[in-house]
Design a protein around this ligand. Structure first.
Ligand SMILES: [Fe+2]
Length: 184
């Protein structure tokens, strides 16, 4: 594959996602309990003419919001059943949060168990290189749960970084010489 010239990407990082939820109270409570979000603002549907949906803006630290929940009045929400849980009912496959480090990730695993949430995948090491890996990609350690509407959430730590020459570097700082990006 031809290499595309390196040019500074004006995009910094994935910032937030707005997800449509069937029960605003339940979902605000869920994201507070699971991920420690705080409610910044909450607004009724049509409070602003162009916005006919209810909105809640949630934040982790100092950003006004990192996650938005919307609720559409009158919409018939289709909640997941077991089959849907396999195929997915939502318009995205999953949304992911990175933990500060592995201890923090283990803390999240405890929290999920305390909340009695089913872990739908993992814990798994996404790696074709690590002997603990399942052959998938990213070098990160992850587990997955559903939110009340069946949005698939990934909680992970220790994703690889990419050196300037395209070689993967593990979170421990070791270069994985056999692992190279397709495009530098
Ligand atoms: Fe992911």
């Amino acid at each position: 594959m031809a290499q595309v010239g390196k040019k500074r990407n004006p995009i910094k990082l994935f910032h937030h996602m707005a997800i449509d939820v069937s029960d605003m109270e339940k979902s605000i409570d869920f994201y507070r309990k699971l991920l420690g979000y705080k409610l910044t603002e909450r607004h009724a549907a049509s409070e602003v003419e162009a916005i006919p949906v209810e909105l809640a803006f949630l934040r982790i630290h100092e950003n006004h919001h990192d996650l938005v929940l919307s609720h559409t009045p009158g919409k018939k929400y289709r909640l997941p059943n077991q089959q849907d849980n396999i195929e997915g009912t939502t318009l995205h496959h999953h949304i992911a949060w990175e933990c500060q480090d592995r201890d923090a990730w283990l803390e999240m695993l405890d929290r999920v168990n305390e909340m009695d949430l089913e872990i739908i995948r993992g814990p798994v090491v996404h790696s074709p290189y690590d002997p603990r890996g399942d052959g998938s990609w990213g070098e990160n350690e992850s587990f997955y749960v559903f939110d009340p509407d069946g949005h698939r959430l990934e909680i992970f730590c220790d994703m690889a970084s990419i050196d300037d020459d395209g070689t993967f570097r593990s979170f421990e700082g070791n270069r994985i010489e056999e692992a190279k990006v397709i495009e530098i």
